[in-house]
Design a protein around this ligand. Structure first.
Ligand code: ATP
Ligand code: MG
Length: 223
């Protein structure tokens, strides 16, 4: 079963139609770029996938949930199957890396101190930042902060990472480091859907592309 599948979906912001008749699917472990001009609907599409925007028309399946039928109280469970990463990291600045990650685990039902600690190490290992466990966010570089945000997104073993311009605030070299983290994560079985304006990255690491244009979604592969 696909981790994401849309059939004849329409994407709205309030009552304004942003994308019409959207059809695509993403399989386990796939890495997919989401591109398109400013205002073309990338973030709207991603927000629909994590149920911040409602699905009215067509079918939207994400991590086993049918979003046209999802109840409000199920949305936190859907979100545990997703890792969401933004341009601005959104770390808690008043506590260290470990406490940032522990906060999410406790909020999602983890309570065993030892298991929490192991899980934090596993997640930080996946982004190569285990040695930064005790650092405060303001003592990390931009790339490291985004790495911690990605580790946080991985804590509950999501089926898919949804990343909205994760390299938008980073210099080109650091952006490449973050892309490599995400590519490695997709190799280990977690699908990644990444919105980006950074065509340099796509040229370096070509792959499957979904493009928002003229209220439509177009799929292609760049070799
Ligand atoms: P960018 O590359 O600048 O991030 P985007 O492709 O992510 O752009 P969206 O943010 O999805 O584009 O915006 C798509 C359209 O939806 C735009 O016309 C925008 O003005 C509109 N829009 C975005 N957010 C809202 C909102 N909260 N309420 C109403 N309209 C919105
Ligand atoms: Mg956007």
């Amino acid at each position: 079963m696909s981790v994401i599948e849309l059939k004849n979906a329409n994407i709205y912001q309030r009552d304004k139609l942003i994308l019409s008749n959207v059809n695509f699917s993403i399989e386990r472990g796939e890495f997919v770029y989401l591109i398109g001009r400013t205002g073309s609907g990338k973030s709207s599409l991603l927000r629909t996938l994590y149920a911040e925007l409602p699905t009215h028309d067509g079918m939207v399946y994400v991590a086993g949930y049918d979003l046209s039928e999802i109840r409000r109280r199920q949305i936190p469970y859907l979100r545990r199957k997703l890792g969401i990463v933004f341009q601005d990291f959104q770390l808690l600045d008043d506590r260290n890396v470990e406490a940032n990650l522990e906060f999410v685990l406790r909020a999602t039902g983890w309570y065993d101190k030892e298991r929490i600690s192991m899980r934090i190490d596993e997640a930080l290992d996946k982004v190569g930042l285990r040695n930064k466990r005790k650092n405060m966010p303001y003592n990390l570089s931009g790339g490291e902060r985004q790495g911690v945000a990605i580790a946080r997104a991985l804590l509950n073993n999501p089926d898919v990472i949804i990343a909205d311009e994760p390299t938008g605030n980073l210099d080109p070299e650091t952006a490449l480091d973050v892309l490599k983290m995400l590519l490695r994560i997709s190799d280990s079985g977690t699908a990644v859907l990444m919105a980006t304006h950074n065509y340099g990255l796509i040229q370096k690491y070509p792959g499957r592309i979904i493009k928002c244009e003229d209220h439509k979604v177009i799929c292609s592969v760049v070799e």
